[in-house]
Design a protein around this ligand. Structure first.
Ligand code: ZN
Length: 324
């Protein structure tokens, strides 16, 4: 029997050697933590389908953001639930809505923390779609102005970067134009460039109360079967001025993350979405998986696939585990 001369196991012999040759290392600065803002004062209510995540009034969002900053996490992604909903979703760009107030409070409480704001209409429209409805369909072009106005109101409140998640055609260009015209040329755009029509968003819709009241989102979000189309969407968003491009969800789309990384020079964000989080939390609660190990393995996999930025509900736990 011949003995092997080449032995990859030599590089796995001890933790010291393994650490020397480790190709992907997670850091707190990889993460963005999502916050859900609701109207009121002193409100902090756990979202049942997202354990460890809360509906927060603007004052409590500022306190939570400070805790996140103290963990060394560089950014939050702010979602808002409005006081009122209507057909046009006009509370989305109302300066007195909870998300605009929260952005200002966070800016005040946490100078130095990057505030990224989700820009969409679905939390604000009575029908729950991401754009305006015309003849029973989600109309692209009439939605752009409202989406851009929403982004502008976030910039005015103090957002460092806006993140359009609606998947309307031309929205990055529309937002860039409006921001630049109002001297917000330094506010960045992180576009949800390849956002798929995914079943993994279930728990989020609970948190954001944004489920569509009729039909589905398949006429604007992408078909999970398509990869080339994702590269086309990303290329368009970059042409229109996106500074960071996002793939959402992450786990079932790691091939897309890798292809985007290899095809473009812009930083790539991946959104480790609510369904991915909830599956791990539920299995861990039953004792079926080791939560710490599976979370760190999952986040490492997303980074290894090419994500420069990981938006994740696991961020605070992951940071605590990484520092041990
Ligand atoms: Zn939406």
């Amino acid at each position: 029997m011949t003995k092997p001369t080449i032995r990859p196991r030599r590089l796995r012999a001890s933790e010291s050697i393994r650490s020397l040759v480790r190709e992907t290392v997670l850091s707190p600065t990889d993460f963005v933590f999502p916050l859900f803002v609701v109207p009121g004062e002193n409100v902090k209510v756990e979202v049942p389908s997202l354990p460890g995540n809360y509906h927060l009034s603007p004052d409590m969002a500022a306190a939570e953001a400070r805790a996140i900053q103290n963990l060394g996490i560089p950014a939050v992604l702010v979602f808002g639930l409005p006081q009122y909903k209507n057909e046009r979703g006009s509370s989305a760009w109302d300066a007195n809505s909870p998300v605009q107030q929260a952005i200002a409070r966070i800016k005040d409480a946490c100078p130095g923390l990057a505030i990224i704001s989700d820009v969409c209409l679905c939390q604000y429209t009575s029908h729950g779609h991401c754009g305006h409805i015309s003849n029973g369909r989600v109309d692209n072009d009439s939605s752009l102005e409202s989406i851009a106005l929403t982004a502008l109101s976030h910039a005015a409140a103090g957002a460092d970067m806006v993140a359009p998640s609606d998947m309307m055609d031309g929205r990055v260009a529309a937002i860039r134009r409006v921001l630049d015209a109002d001297s917000y040329q330094d506010v960045g755009i992180m576009s949800y460039a390849a956002k798929y029509a995914s079943a993994y968003y279930g728990p989020f819709r609970d948190a954001a109360q944004s489920a569509p009241q009729f039909g589905d989102r398949c006429s604007y979000q992408m078909d999970p079967a398509n990869a080339r189309e994702a590269l086309r969407e990303v290329a368009l968003d970059i042409e229109e001025g996106a500074d960071i491009v996002m793939v959402k969800p992450a786990l079932a789309y790691l091939d897309i993350v890798r292809q985007v990384k290899d095809s473009f020079r812009q930083p790539v964000a991946a959104y480790n979405v609510s369904g991915e989080y909830a599956m791990i939390k539920a299995a861990a609660a039953k004792g079926w998986v080791d939560e710490r190990r599976i979370v760190l393995e999952t986040l490492t996999g997303i980074k290894r696939a090419g994500a420069d930025i990981i938006i994740t509900y696991h961020a605070p736990d992951a940071v605590r585990w990484l520092s041990r």
